[in-house]
Design a protein around this ligand. Structure first.
Ligand SMILES: [Zn+2]
Length: 80
């Protein structure tokens, strides 16, 4: 399978979004241990980061599927 500029861009976006999500999770753990009352507000950020990571992953998969158009469309359209 070939990669194009969009693949690289989407992979980078997914990587950045994952890093951001993981960073927020770690920060949340520290806040819980410290008994920081801001932790509930922080939970919102974690949820947002998780959904943007999920969107980035979906975009990358959808893009990859375009590259990789399977010969049998019946199989490909059955997913999701
Ligand atoms: Zn591509």
């Amino acid at each position: 399978m070939k990669s194009c500029a969009d693949c690289v861009m989407l992979e980078q976006r997914l990587f950045d979004a994952s890093q951001c999500y993981v960073g927020l999770i770690l920060q949340q753990g520290r806040m819980i241990r410290a008994g920081n009352p801001e932790v509930s507000k922080h939970g919102e950020l974690v949820r947002e980061a998780r959904s943007s990571r999920d969107f980035a992953a979906q975009d990358l998969l959808a893009h990859r599927r375009e590259h990789d158009q399977l010969p049998s469309p019946a199989k490909a359209s059955a997913t999701m």
